[in-house]
Design a protein around this ligand. Structure first.
Ligand code: FAD
Length: 291
C-alpha cells in the first residue's frame, strides 16, 4: 500500500485508483495525463505487461466520461532492448488509443534516447495523428500523439524546427536528467533562457499543440504573454502534488493538464519528488512525525 505521504505525488497503485484521481481533478477543471510508473526494463515480460496495462487504461478512459490521456516512457516499452521492440509495443498502444480517441504522450528520457523517441513520435504522429487541427487536439478528442523536448539539450532548437510540421503536440520541459556538458546546458539561468527561446519559436511557428510543462511562475507568465502576442493554442502541464493551487487557479482560464503517475513502482518516483525540493522534504518529514 502507498503511504499517505506518497499519495500527494502518486495517484494510487491500481488503474481504478488512478481513474478515481482523474475524476476528482476533473471536478476542478484539471484534466489528467495518466502514467503507469515503470522504466528501464531489461526483460520483455514487464514491457509486454505495461503495454497491455496501457491498452486497458486507454479502453477504460474511452469508456468513461473522464478528461484524461496517457503518457508512456520509451524505456518502459523496451527501448533498452532495442528500437524495434519499443516501436512495436508503442504502436500497439497508439493504435488502440487512435481507435478509441485517446491521446498518447511520449515522455523524453536521457539524451541517448532522443533520436529513437523523436523518430517514433514523428512516424506515429503522421500515421495516427491525422490533421493538426484544433478539434483533433481537443481534450478527450480524436486521439493523437505528443512528445516531450528538453530545454537543457543543445540540440533541441534544431529538433523543434523539425517538429513544427508534425501533426501532434510538443511538451516543453527544462529537462530532468544530468547530461554531459558538451551536449547540454547545466547552468539554470542558461536553461531558463533556452526554455523561453524555445517557447517563443513554438508560439510563432507552431500551429498550436504547445504544452508548457513547467511549475516556474516566470515561464508560465512568458507563455501567457506569447499566447497573447501570437494567439497560438497551448496548454499548461504540471505534476500531481506540485503547485496544485496554481493548477486550480490556471484551470479557470487555461487548458490545464496534471501529470499523475500510478502503479506499484512508486518508491523511486516519490523519492525523486521529495529530494528535488527542500519544501517537499519538510512536507514528508512533517507527515512522518504526524504533524
Ligand atoms: P524549476 O526550474 O525546477 O523551478 C523553477 C521555479 O518553479 C521554482 O523557483 C519555483 O518557483 C517553481 N517550482 C518548481 N518546482 C516546484 C515545487 N515542487 N514546488 C513549488 N514550486 C516549484 N522531464 C524530462 O526530462 N522528461 C519528461 O518527459 C518530463 N515530463 C514532464 C512532464 C510534466 C507535466 C512536468 C511538469 C515536468 C516534466 N519533466 C520532464 C520534468 C522537467 O524537466 C523539470 O525537471 C521539472 O518540471 C522542474 O522544472 P520546472 O520548470 O518545473 O521548474
Amino acid at each position: 500500500m502507498i503511504p499517505p505521504i506518497a499519495r500527494r505525488f502518486v495517484a494510487g497503485e491500481s488503474p481504478a485508483e488512478a481513474l478515481d484521481h482523474v475524476r476528482k481533478a476533473n471536478r476542478r477543471n484539471v484534466k489528467v495525463i495518466v502514467n503507469l510508473l515503470g522504466e528501464h526494463y531489461d526483460d520483455r515480460g514487464p514491457v509486454r505487461d505495461d503495454a497491455a496495462a496501457y491498452r486497458s487504461l486507454v479502453t477504460d478512459i474511452a469508456d468513461s466520461d473522464l478528461e484524461a490521456c496517457i503518457s508512456v516512457k520509451p524505456s518502459q516499452l523496451g527501448l533498452d532492448l532495442g528500437e524495434d521492440v519499443f516501436r512495436e509495443e508503442l504502436e500497439t498502444i497508439v493504435g488502440t488509443a487512435a481507435d478509441r480517441g485517446v491521446f498518447v504522450w511520449i515522455d523524453m528520457e536521457d539524451h541517448t534516447t532522443t533520436d529513437a523517441t523523436l523518430d517514433a513520435y514523428e512516424e506515429f504522429a503522421r500515421k495516427y495523428g491525422g490533421e493538426r487541427s484544433a478539434s483533433d487536439r481537443d481534450a478527450g478528442g480524436t486521439g493523437g500523439v505528443g512528445v516531450c523536448v528538453q530545454a537543457n539539450l543543445k540540440r533541441t532548437r534544431d529538433d523543434i524546427e523539425r517538429l513544427a510540421d508534425v501533426p501532434g503536440k510538443v511538451r516543453f520541459v527544462k529537462g530532468a536528467y544530468d547530461e554531459p556538458t558538451d551536449i547540454a546546458y547545466t547552468d539554470s539561468d542558461r536553461v531558463n533562457t533556452e526554455y523561453e527561446a524555445l517557447l517563443e519559436f513554438a508560439f510563432e511557428h507552431f500551429d498550436g499543440g504547445i504544452a508548457v510543462g513547467s511549475h516556474d511562475p516566470a515561464m508560465i507568465e512568458r507563455a501567457i504573454d506569447l499566447h497573447e502576442e501570437y494567439g497560438t493554442d497551448f496548454e499548461f502541464q504540471m505534476l500531481m502534488g506540485v503547485r496544485e493551487d496554481a493548477q486550480y487557479e490556471l484551470a479557470r482560464e487555461y487548458d490545464m493538464w496534471q501529470y499523475a503517475p500510478y502503479g506499484n513502482r512508486w518508491k523511486s518516483y516519490f523519492y525523486r519528488r521529495v529530494m528535488e525540493r527542500k519544501e517537499n522534504l519538510w512536507f514528508a518529514l512533517r507527515a512522518i512525525a504526524g504533524r
